[in-house]
Structure formats: structure tokens, C-alpha cells
Design a binder for this molecule. Structure first.
Ligand code: 5GP
Length: 113
């Protein structure tokens, strides 16, 4: 289980966000420090710390989050985008509540830094 994080506070309404989609399993909102013209985050309501803690019981949830990422990317007018999940501090994870980033609206280089 995730400890109290900025994202759990967004989920319980303690902190505002610029919400663009929600359903029973997840919340989607714009990143506060966008790295591309479109940059939003998908977070599960279930308090998973990261992909490292996910189990087979999360198979359906993880598939749902990916499908939501594509649905909202299209909703935001993107034709191309990148979906990123940082797992662990060295990979760049700073908020320890699982989240997917979606970035688009500009050319994205490869490999990422
Ligand atoms: P990570 O580095 O963990 O993969 O991504 C965390 C992301 O959360 C960062 O891109 C950061 O800008 C974003 N973020 C951190 N705090 C807040 C916040 O309070 N509101 C929103 N909307 N995004 C946040």
C-alpha cells in the first residue's frame, strides 16, 4: 500500500487538480509541471506504490489504465503520444503512487534521458 502521497491527497479531494477524466478505477489530470504541450497523468484509485508492487490481481486494472491513457490522449486531440511509467527513484519516480504519464503535442526524442 502507498503511504499518503500528493496523489492520494488529490484522490481524496484535499488537493485540487486540473481533472480531465475520471471513472470508478482511475483519475486523470494535467501534470503541474508539463514537459510537453499535452502532459497528463493517469492514477489508479487503488493505492499501488508502483508497478513493482503490482500483482496478477491487478491485471485488469493495469489494462484499464492503458486503455484510458489512449482514450484521453485522443480526447485531448493527440494522434501520437508517449506513455511512460517510472518505477523506482532511479528511473525518475518522485511520487510513490503508481501513475502513467502521457506526453504529446511535440516531437519526442528517443531514447529518453
Ligand atoms: P514521477 O516523477 O513520479 O514519474 O512523476 C510525478 C509527476 O507528478 C511529475 O511530472 C510532477 O510534475 C507531477 N506532480 C507532482 N505534484 C503534483 C501536483 O500536486 N499536481 C499535479 N497535477 N501534478 C503533480
Amino acid at each position: 500500500m502507498a503511504d499518503k502521497t500528493i496523489f492520494s491527497q488529490i484522490l481524496n479531494g484535499e488537493i485540487d487538480c486540473d481533472e480531465i477524466y475520471q471513472d470508478k478505477k482511475c483519475l486523470v489530470f494535467k501534470d503541474i509541471d508539463p514537459q510537453a504541450p499535452v502532459h497528463f497523468l493517469i492514477i489508479p484509485r487503488k493505492p499501488l506504490v508502483s508497478l513493482k508492487e503490482a500483482t496478477d490481481a491487478d491485471t485488469e486494472l493495469l489494462g484499464h489504465l492503458l486503455l484510458v491513457s489512449a482514450k484521453v490522449a485522443k480526447q485531448e486531440g493527440l494522434e501520437s503520444w508517449r506513455t511512460i511509467i517510472n518505477s523506482g527513484a532511479e528511473a525518475g519516480q518522485t511520487v510513490f503512487h503508481l501513475h502513467l504519464h502521457v506526453l504529446g503535442g511535440r516531437s519526442l526524442s528517443w531514447p529518453p534521458g
